[in-house]
Design a protein around this ligand. Sequence first.
Ligand code: DQA
Length: 142
Amino acid sequence: MPNITIINGPNLNLLGKREPGVYGNESFDDFLVQLKQQFTQVNFTYFQSNVEGELVDAIQKYGFDQDGIIINPAAYTHTSVAIGDAIAAIKVPVIEVHISNVHAREDFRKISHVSAKAVGSIVGLGLKGYALATEWLVSNTK
Ligand code: DQA
């Protein structure tokens, strides 16, 4: 059974309420129920924090014994050298996901400290990006 950890960064606990025109109407908790139903063969762990260091701790904690990590570091994507370094430090393959198309928004969102350290990135496909990342990890890891 593949073990996949999803790590979400700041303000993603407000999905469904937060800027629905950009991020949609669905909460992550509701989406996670569906994701688990879609991938019954996957053992998901979910972690969300609004605190940069807690995200670094989670990357370190899950980065050596999972089959994959799906991370959306939210705003820290664009600012956090520490999160980029943590991803470079671990062994587990990481996929970066962004719900919105960060390349079609403000210029500061075009910078990612994560993309170069990740196996790949999925942006702009809504919450479905997490499902696509899961699919890739299921078929490309042990
Ligand atoms: C986001 C994009 C980021 O620029 C933003 O700060 C977020 C969410 C996304 O999923 O589209 O909080 O990571």
